[in-house]
Design a binder for this molecule. Structure first.
Ligand SMILES: [Zn+2]
Length: 670
């Protein structure tokens, strides 16, 4: 509102208004005669000449308004519709309809002795109006034919600086709302506020504020009737003059004081501190990646450039984009996302506002690639990150967690179906954690690899026994207990328990498993390989424990028939894994033509003697479920290792195999 006042008081406008008041008001309502008599006129002790002088008509003294407007800093406007003069002065708005004795002051009506009117092309008001409504001192001497007008004195009683609602303000206190003009000047940069028709009721003074932008306020009686305030500024910025009651406030914009990157337990917050809450416009720019915050209606306390050694953000820059806008730029290592973080209730402080942007990694693309022995899953990210991988055997899937991330605009399901990975599914899209589920037909292993640049790579191992039929033969059973240990542990029970444990592991690895027996029943010896042959099993494993009258004999051995292709290789792998896992004496893989089961089976077939039941120490081990589980795992490893070697004699660990014959081109998602 005061801006308008301020603008209206500009000389160019006044000039046009004067023209308006001279020319636009026609003679209607003006008395026909007699001609007005000019009077000697003094305004605030200064003589007024020519057409600006007061006039007497029919014994009533009238004063032209424009003279007052010019000399006393009135604001005048003309409302054509209602043929009304509007006067703004001392915080009052006054309406004077031409030719009417009723006017309005701040919404209340008042009576004039004579109406405002046009005389000789000038809009005039009766002298009494000035004293009755505006508290001017007026006097008329009929003897001297002289009019004196003196505006009521405005006294400055205090000058203060304050931060109110986060906005720096210079407060000028006085006995009524003053008129004022403000001018921005340079060298040094300062705002000069002149209060006309004013007197300083306090000594001249200087007030340092400690504010980096509104640095100092000085005041003095500039001329006899003008008080001047000089506000030294740190930068050019908008200002507003606001009169209220007995005060004039010079109001400056809220200030941006600082910006910083706060890292809190992996969370990265871009924090902008200001004196009042601001409404930012946030956007990302590419090449190089930047996050830009434009803060309109704010002034920057000090431009700065802050280098950072963070892996996401390598610098912050603060600048004043234009007199109205502060710009904060975060230099990013990649095209990160962000989410505005609401301030916690306890954090809100007087005269301090914090704007927080939570920075987030982005999953930009998901691709997969199939190799002979594994499937590679690649997540293209905004910045490099290592996913946490959880194996959920019950749900048959892996869960890849990327903390502090979002997944925007990606398909929620990616079919793979290559026998190692069924599909990827987006389980959580953030903000916070992005979780991709990897549905598996089985699980045998995975690896998290360092990606190239901003990516996360997880490789899921392909099972070498996927959909292969493995025949397990727990030795003995029913009436045939096999060997019995000194404490009474029977071989038939041990063999069956090991076989069932092994079946579980092989099924988890994607194999199909058949057993010669699943309970304590007698199965004739020849029936065992025959069952395996008729099923077309890919491998045959007979499980036994050893016995020897020499009860000090100990260790692990594996038998195979020397004429059966693949049997020796299978025996070597099984023996090797058993010895590695159980750490018993290595009695080696041994060829034999005497064992029916390995001789009669037509597929690679072995018979493992895990340990000696006749050895008291080893019997004790064989009774231990932990040892048994270890033995079963070693047997599973031996079988898988055999098939892995057989299917890919040259592939394991060979570099540069990406794009090999078995690899599908990576499907790409948006
Ligand atoms: Zn046996």
């Amino acid at each position: 509102m005061f801006l308008a006042f301020h603008r209206l008081a500009a000389p160019a406008f006044l000039l046009s208004l004067m023209v308006l008041l001279f020319l636009a008001v026609p003679g209607r309502g003006a008395p026909a005669a007699p001609s007005p008599t000019p009077l000697e006129t003094m305004v605030n002790g200064r003589p007024v000449t020519d057409e600006g002088r007061a006039v007497m008509v029919n014994g009533v003294v009238f004063m032209p308004l424009y003279v007052l407007a010019e000399q006393l800093h009135f604001s005048l406007s003309w409302l054509e519709e209602t043929r009304t003069v509007r006067i703004e002065v001392f915080g009052k708005a006054i309406y004077l309809p031409l030719g009417s004795k009723v006017g309005l002051v701040d919404g209340r009506s008042f009576k004039l002795t004579e109406p405002a009117q046009s005389i000789s092309g000038r809009t005039v008001v009766p002298l009494r109006f000035l004293s009755d409504i505006l508290d001017f001192e007026v006097s008329y001497s009929s003897a001297k034919r002289r009019v004196e007008i003196r505006a009521p004195e405005y006294a400055v009683t205090d000058v203060r600086y304050a931060l109110i609602d986060g906005r720096p303000q210079v407060l000028i206190e006085g006995n009524r709302p003053p008129s004022a003009t403000a001018t921005l000047k340079r060298d040094p940069l300062r705002l000069v506020v002149d209060l006309p028709a004013a007197r300083l009721a306090i000594p001249d003074g200087v007030l340092p504020t400690g504010d980096p932008l509104v640095r100092e306020v000085a005041w003095k009686q500039e001329r006899r009737d003008t008080v001047r305030l000089t506000v030294t500024l740190g930068r050019e910025m908008p200002y507003v003059l606001t009169p209220a009651d007995h005060r004039l406030s010079v109001v400056f914009p809220p200030q941006v004081r600082a910006a910083e990157l706060v890292i809190d337990g992996g969370r990265r917050l871009l924090v902008v501190r200001s004196t009042a809450p601001l409404q930012p416009k946030v956007y990302r720019l590419p090449d190089p990646d930047r996050l830009v915050l434009d803060l309109p209606g704010a002034a920057l306390a000090a431009p700065s450039r802050i280098p950072l050694s963070d892996s996401w953000v390598y610098g912050l820059r603060l600048g004043q984009l234009d007199p109205q806008t502060v710009r904060v730029v975060a230099d990013l290592e990649g095209p990160l996302a962000w989410a505005e973080e609401p301030a916690a209730p306890g954090e809100v402080q007087e005269q301090e506002a914090t704007l927080k942007l939570h920075l987030l990694n982005r999953v930009i693309q998901v691709t997969h690639q199939t190799f002979k022995d594994r499937t590679r899953l690649r997540l293209k990210l905004a910045v490099a990150a290592t996913p946490t991988v959880l194996v959920d055997r019950r749900a048959g899937r892996l869960e890849l967690d990327l903390p502090e991330a979002v997944s925007e605009g990606l398909a929620v399901e990616v079919p793979v179906g290559d026998g190692t990975v069924e599909r990827l599914r987006l389980l959580e899209a953030g903000p916070g954690t992005v979780r991709w589920g990897v549905d598996l037909p089985y699980y045998v292993g995975h690896q998290v690899l360092p990606g190239e640049g901003a990516e996360a790579v997880v490789e899921v191992s392909r099972s070498p026994v996927y959909r292969k039929l493995i025949f397990l033969d727990p030795g003995h059973g029913g009436a045939d207990p096999g060997a019995t240990g000194s404490s009474g542990l029977m071989e038939k029970e041990l063999n069956l328990d090991l076989a069932l444990r092994l079946r579980q592991l092989l099924v988890e690895a994607g194999a199909e498993v058949a057993l010669s027996r699943e309970s304590d029943v007698f199965v004739p010896l020849y029936e065992r390989p025959r069952a395996a042959n008729s099923l077309g099993a890919a491998a045959f494993l007979s499980i036994h424990a050893n016995a020897n009258p020499k009860n000090y004999e100990s260790g692990t051995e594996t038998y195979y028939h020397p004429d059966r292709p693949g049997s020796r290789e299978l025996a070597l792998e099984v023996q090797k894994k058993l010895v590695e896992a159980l750490k018993l004496l290595d009695r080696s893989a041994r060829p034999t033509r005497d064992f029916v089961v390995v001789r009669e089976a037509t597929m690679p077939a072995v018979l493992a003697e895990v340990a000696f039941l006749s050895n008291a120490a080893e019997e004790k081990l064989l009774a231990d479920p932990v040892f048994r589980q270890k033995a079963a795992a070693a047997l599973a490893e031996g079988i898988m290792s055999y098939f892995r070697n057989r299917s890919e004699p040259s592939a394991a660990g060979t570099p540069g195999e990406e794009g090999a014959a078995g690899a599908k081109p990576p499907p790409t998602l948006p």
